[in-house]
Ligand binder design. Structure first.
Ligand code: ZN
Length: 299
């Protein structure tokens, strides 16, 4: 049986010519199906293309999230580093506040003693590269290096401050007696017993027998014993080439090798050795040479 046929008439308005097109129903169905499915296929294609785009956006988003996470970590590390630097700087600020009397005494020490204490110069750091750069991770790297460099500089400064503190502790800056009368100064004078001219190597401070004698700076007891003219005598080594001597004592409150603090009682006023009455003979020695203690005693 033959498929039914359809005839389509196409007329030209101007010429009046008529074309006739006869198609089988099956062909008409196929054409209609084609016209109907093409837009659907186009839509599906668009959908698939969109899906690919979404996938690539998702990947990009994942990458950004990972990058963001690593920046957050890097920022956290930088913040920690900055806060530890701030703590270090605050501590240095506190440490570098010396007692004014000690500072004045240090300033009066000979340059050779001070330079021994302070040592070499602070090394200069490597030049800091510009932080402007193409990639943020490079900027983080540069900031990290910069903070490392600052940390190293603070360590160097801290060593300097600690040495300065050690020198401050070692500098004789107080009177060895809380109360007494200065009866003889440093320098040339007639010997109090023989009347012969002599160079007096320290200060004589008169006080009652048994008055406590205190160390004038931190140090180690180098000797404590009878030493002819000095009588019972204590010698303290303060390091940095600084020493102090305390003579004519009636007794000791320390033993040899003991470390002592500034202000600690080390012995008692007496009149042992070459003396006419109870008093303390006090010397400051720089590199073994006696200097005028009044130079370091600002008060
Ligand atoms: Zn004396």
């Amino acid at each position: 049986m033959r498929s039914p046929r359809y005839t389509i008439l196409i007329a030209n308005r101007k010429t009046g010519a008529v074309r006739r097109l006869t198609v089988a129903r099956r062909v008409a169905f196929v054409v209609a199906m084609a016209l109907w499915t093409v837009p659907i296929l186009v839509g599906l294609g668009a959908k698939w293309a969109g899906r690919g785009e979404v996938e690539s956006l998702r990947l990009a988003n994942d990458n950004l999230r990972i990058e963001n996470e690593s920046y957050r970590t890097a920022t956290g590390e930088l913040a920690t580093q900055i806060s530890s630097l701030q703590t270090a700087i605050t501590q240095l600020g506190d440490q570098s506040n010396l007692d004014p009397a000690v500072k004045a005494a240090i300033d009066k020490l000979p340059a050779v003693i001070r330079s021994r204490a302070m040592g070499g110069a602070i090394p200069t750091g490597t030049p800091i590269a510009s932080a402007s750069s193409d990639s943020p991770s490079r900027t983080f790297g540069i900031l990290h290096d910069l903070l490392d460099g600052l940390g190293a500089k603070i360590d160097t400064v801290r060593k300097g401050v600690e040495t300065r503190q050690a020198l401050a502790a070692a500098t004789p800056s107080i009177w060895p007696l809380v109360s007494g009368w200065l009866t003889s100064s440093f320098g040339s004078r007639p010997d109090p017993i023989t009347g012969e001219p002599e160079v007096h190597s320290g200060l004589d401070i008169s006080a009652d027998r048994g008055t406590p004698v205190q160390a004038t700076a931190d140090g180690t007891v180098e000797s404590a014993g009878y030493d002819s003219g000095y009588g019972n005598c204590i010698l303290i080594d303060h390091g940095f080439g600084i020493g102090t001597r305390y003579g004519h004592l009636s007794g000791y409150a320390i033993s040899v090798g003991q470390t002592v603090k500034r202000g600690q009682v080390i012995g008692y006023v007496g009149s042992t050795g070459h003396t006419t009455g109870p008093h303390l003979h006090y010397e400051i020695l720089l590199n073994g040479e006696p200097v005028n203690p009044l130079r370091l005693l600002a008060r």
